[in-house]
Design a protein around this ligand. Sequence first.
Ligand code: HEC
Length: 178
Amino acid sequence: MQSNRKKTIVVVFFLACFIFGLLAEAWAGPPPSKGRRHSNRSFQGHHGVGFLGKGICPQIRKTVQAPDKILTQRNPLEKNREVLYAGESLFQIEAQPTACKICHGVTGNGFGLMAQGLNPPPRNFTCRSTMETISDGQLFWVIRNGSPGTGMPAFKNLKDREIWQIVRYLRTFSEKNR
Ligand code: HEC
């Protein structure tokens, strides 16, 4: 009898822990990388994240237009996992001299760590109404040549293919159900 009671207590204890864990997980909600736990600008994320939030949208845009031949170019790379993964790696970590996320933000909202004080502000890639007006060729051209007189540097050392990989990745920021 005695040992049966002990067993029951142990089982109930573990069940209680399990249920507590489930409830805590549900209460905490999705991880911050989805931008839901902290939805306003006042939240300074993990080191290197910058600010979370929706970003400026629509965004005033005075960027110089690419020459016609480049402006009308479509992305020659199809959208697949490899291309998106390569684009993401360059955007978040690898691009030199600085990864794009430092200004454009990990979530693409334009609130990267270095974004404060930049005028005009970095493009908010999550803003569909603004991004819809910018062609693939334009994105390519600005990444390669920068936007003179603004904080947007030229990335001369990226290969054509790498830039198109990034352009594919940039588009995902303004897609539904990302
Ligand atoms: C030092 C800060 C900084 C970094 C790093 C940076 N950007 Fe930008 N970016 C900006 C700013 C500021 C603008 C706004 C320029 C403007 O309004 O003309 C901008 C604008 C853009 C645009 C908009 C072009 C258009 O025609 O509207 C694209 C695309 C872009 N950046 C891509 C990138 C990519 C890709 C990287 C990394 C390879 C990158 N940026 C890195 C600051 C930065």
